[in-house]
Design a protein around this ligand. Structure first.
Ligand code: TRP
Ligand code: ZN
Length: 896
């Protein structure tokens, strides 16, 4: 099953295909053990490519039954997962007929055609179609698909593929048939089929354009009651894309299908999105507020791909961010618009930046660092990364900042005018946005701006201000410095939009007048840094101001503004920009931890810091959701990213000590916060309620933590009661987490009851595993409690490595989200990691490769972790028959 030699594919080697496939007629006879695929391809020579080239079709793990060219037999050979026809018919256009089989039930990699829960599902991105039949499996080859499905009617009553249903029929032997036609030419990575016993929620809508559409959400029997939110999210997505970008649904029918075995979040197959159940199913009884938010954003994301990804697709996989960065930007904007109030929008932005820093910044600083548009890859599945997705979205966001909201809309309009129906590059996108906005900072600096696509690594933005009292002037100097990354030792400056304001001593925003301007205008500006160093002179500034820079995180950089604690407290108390207000609080807390780490002491919150935090918690005008963000500590990984030599145990100790102090010093405030944020109305997944629940949950965590330390039983008792009685999962889960994280005695009975109650809800059982794997190791009481528990849970009857959600719920949770439990001084965590990577690789290389990335940052660890980690990686790398997926990750890790 292994793919053969791992050779790197390089972006600069791109060549147009020698042949196009204009249409594909596929007939599937679906059986789990052996499915027969009959394919009829209309093939056309690419007139731009010199003649004489062989026709090379991709195919992996297939059994070929026959090949005919224009109805006659043709000679062919197999070569490294290619079917090579050296002498195809000389005509400009010919028909190739292929019959082959594949084995869906043996497909544990979940790429291509596979079975799950007794049904058939496909996943073709990036290169899964070649595991179904022979094809030119590359995104610049776009065909019109007609697909016939034949299968047993009782076992597979629902037969779906892309586009429109054109025929159904009954067949002999209890089988039936459905024929689908998709009028839009598409690359084969957007092909999908489903054959299963499913039910659906339907909704007819009339779009703004006046066109009628049928929306359907397909799930297993019994899950229909959990589809309302997905349907509402889909309806909202359709409306949003019309209103914000003038893009309407181009299909009569739009289907979403949920499947419980799925490697990623969801897939945007044309008209037939296939989703991980995690991003479809949600009911108040089974899903938390974060789950509801996740459904909305992923439904939006996949729907928005219909234009950004499907109508205009990628020329090659190096351009992946063309569709992913842009579509993440769109789903982020969608979620913000859905959230409504400026404060709820800011909370969404804070969450997105937290995620970027938690995953993308470390990626950019580690062995897998790559540009938003990578230059080479061994296995493309390894490049569905935070850099391509989340940093890619930041690059699009910067463009939008540079051309303004209306300018960005004009740019998008031009992009579709120029490229609808084509497979294009990131250059084409940037060019369209710039060309629609002549005279904008983007158009002026386009080649420099595009370095964001080409240079890896997170640059640093340094800012220093000087005040000249006599001249009433404030000079702000910005300097940028790019960091070297693998294969890119030297870098050039980026274009950075720096949104900023200046605060006076009273915290008010000062009117801004740059040198050369006639009068002050507004209190916020976007400075556009295009060189290594630039200075900006503000006039009419009486006293040294506090600069508030990079508002809303206007560029993906690390900011070094040199502000002291007192200035940060001014920003925390007064900044008009909620993002920077939150950021100031995080920085104060991070500093407090860093001081403790440096001095080998326990962290201490100063009275000033406590007053500032209490002022925020008790503030009457701020939203609960925002307060919860401000009072949540930076994660251990985030702290680790700010250290040179990482001692994961020490970071854990310091953070836990700080958590205990927060619990102790704010005890009365937490009790108040808990009581004051009880939601009395029925559960609704909206920001107001969600914020109140989030703050109440944080308060309960703190109260239980403090109670466990002092031996008090009241709050653990209340949490336990809430676990039993609380109707919404959002509250029940919060209470369970409070008990588990504090290692309260009542955690055990609460966990047992929780499992029993939700035994038939796989997504809730995933949470049950995750909660235990992510619990903080208790301080000083024989380390390793959580780690031992994870090992024991691997043997639990509900655990399985074959289901990605379940595997992630234990393994990714332990290895990537619980540093102190994972990075053990005795290296047992690393031994466990290596064993699981190897074990998983035999089943599902994509998933194994994701888990393999837990070790990306090994070279930043202190001893003894560093050597032990290296040894574990080397052990994996030494395995003979690794997948290309895992091999690429461990090889790059060892090079670090
Ligand atoms: N294109 C999908 C998205 O919306 C990503 C995806 C889904 C994927 N399944 C996959 C990528 C399997 C690689 C392999 O982001
Ligand atoms: Zn996507």
């Amino acid at each position: 099953m292994r793919e053969g030699p791992a050779t790197a594919i390089r972006r600069e080697d791109y060549a147009a295909p020698a042949f196009w496939i204009r249409s594909a007629e596929l007939v599937f006879d679906l059986e789990p053990a052996k499915t027969i695929v009959a394919s009829r391809l209309t093939i056309e020579r690419n007139a731009d490519v010199p003649e004489g080239r062989p026709l090379e079709l991709h195919g992996e793990g297939l059994t070929l039954l026959r090949v005919l060219a224009d109805g006659a037999s043709v000679s062919f050979r197999h070569e490294n997962n290619l079917l090579v026809i050296d002498q195809p018919p000389a005509a400009a256009r010919f028909v190739l007929e292929i019959r082959n089989t594949c084995a869906p039930e043996k497909n544990t990699a979940l790429s291509g055609l596979y079975t799950s829960g007794g049904g058939f599902f496909t996943q073709c991105e990036a290169e899964g179609f070649r595991r179904i039949t022979y094809f030119l499996d590359r995104p610049d080859v776009m065909a019109v698909f007609t697909v016939t499905l034949r299968a047993d009617k009782t076992r597979y009553p629902v037969l779906l593929s892309n586009g429109n249903l054109v025929e159904t029929a009954e067949l002999d032997n209890g089988r039936h048939l459905a024929k689908w036609h998709d009028p839009f030419p598409k690359p084969c990575y957007l092909f999908a089929l489903v054959a299963a016993d499913l039910v659906c929620r339907e909704q007819r809508i009339r779009a703004r354009s006046g066109r009628d559409h049928l929306l359907q959400v397909y799930v297993r029997r019994g899950d229909l009651g959990k589809t309302e939110h997905a349907m509402n999210s889909l309806i909202a997505s359709v409306a949003w894309d019309e209103a914000r970008f003038g893009l309407s649904l181009d299909l009569e029918r739009f289907m979403i299908v949920a499947v419980s075995d799925f490697n990623m979040g969801a897939m945007e197959n044309k008209g037939l999105n296939i989703f991980n159940t995690k991003y479809v199913l949600a009911s108040p009884a089974t899903a938390t507020d974060d789950d509801f938010v996740g459904v909305e954003s992923v439904v939006g994301h996949e729907y928005f791909h219909n234009w950004t990804g499907n109508r205009i697709t990628c020329r090659d996989w190096f351009q992946l961010s063309l569709k992913e960065g842009l579509t993440v930007y769109r789903d982020q904007e969608f979620s913000m618009d859905m959230a409504g109030s400026p404060s709820a929008r800011a909370v969404k932005r804070i969450g997105d930046v937290r995620a970027l820093r938690a995953v993308q910044f470390p990626e950019d600083a580690g062995p897998m660092a790559h540009p938003v548009r990578p230059d080479s890859y061994v296995e493309i599945n390894n490049f569905y990364t935070a850099t391509v997705y989340e940093k890619g979205a930041e690059v699009v966001r910067m463009m939008a900042t540079l051309v303004g909201r209306d300018g960005f809309r004009r740019g998008m309009d031009l992009y579709f005018q120029r490229h609808d129906g084509q497979a294009v590059t990131c250059d084409d996108f940037a060019q369209a946005i710039a060309d629609a906005n002549p005279g904008s900072a983007l158009a002026q600096h386009l080649p420099v701006f595009k370095r964001w696509y080409a240079q890896a690594g997170t640059p640093t933005l340094q800012a220093r201000g000087t005040h000249d009292a006599a001249a009433r002037r404030y000079t702000l100097t910005l300097r940028q410095r790019a960091t070297p990354s693998p294969g890119q030792p030297d870098k050039q400056p980026f274009v950075m939009p720096v949104a900023m304001g200046l605060l006076g001593a009273d915290g008010r925003g000062l009117p801004l007048q740059l040198e050369g301007e006639a009068a002050p205008a507004g209190t916020e500006r976007v400075l556009v840094l295009t060189q290594a160093e630039q200075s900006y002179v503000f006039e009419g500034i009486d006293a040294p101001p506090v600069p508030s820079l990079l508002r809303g995180f206007s560029a993906p950089t690390r900011l070094d503004d040199g502000l002291d604690d007192a200035s940060l407290r001014v920003l925390l108390r007064h900044d008009a920009d909620p993002f920077n207000r939150w950021e100031a609080g995080q920085r104060l807390t991070l500093r407090c931890m860093q001081t403790a780490l440096r001095d080998g002491t326990a962290p201490t919150l100063t009275d000033d810091h406590i007053d500032a935090l209490r002022g925020l918690l008790r503030h009457t005008a701020l939203d609960a959701a925002f307060k919860e963000q401000v009072l949540s500590l930076p994660t251990e990984s985030y702290v680790a990213e700010h250290a040179d030599s990482v001692d994961p145990q020490r970071i854990h100790t310091v953070r836990e000590q700080l958590r205990q102090q927060l619990a102790e010093r704010f005890q009365a405030d937490w009790a108040w916060a808990f009581e004051a944020h009880q939601v009395r109305e029925g559960f609704r997944p909206e920001p107001g309620q969600a914020g109140a629940r989030a703050l109440a949950n944080l308060a309960l965590q703190m109260l239980v933590l403090q109670a466990v330390r002092t031996g008090d039983t009241v709050w653990p008792g209340r949490a336990y009661q809430r676990c039993k009685d609380a109707a919404p999962m959002a509250e029940r889960y919060g209470a369970l987490q409070a008990l588990v994280d504090a290692h309260a005695d009542l955690a055990e009975p609460a966990l047992a009851q929780f499992r029993a109650r939700f035994a038939d809800e796989p997504l809730v059982i995933d949470k049950w595993f995750m909660l235990q794997a992510e619990a903080p190791e208790p301080l000083g009481s024989g380390a390793g409690r959580v780690f031992q528990r994870v090992k024991a849970l691997m043997q639990h009857p509900d655990f399985s490595l074959k289901n990605p959600n379940r595997a992630r719920s234990l393994l990714v949770s332990l290895c990537m989200r619980n540093p102190a439990a994972f990075h053990r001084a005795d290296a047992a965590g690393y031994v466990f990691w290596a064993d699981r990577v190897i074990e998983l690789d035999a089943l599902n290389p994509q998933l194994a490769a994701r888990l393999a990335r837990s070790m990306d940052r090994w070279s930043h660890l202190a001893e003894p972790w560093r050597s032990a980690a290296r040894e574990a990686i080397a052990r994996v790398a030494a395995k003979a028959d690794l997948s290309n997926d895992v091999r690429e990750i461990v090889t790059k890790a060892l090079d670090a």
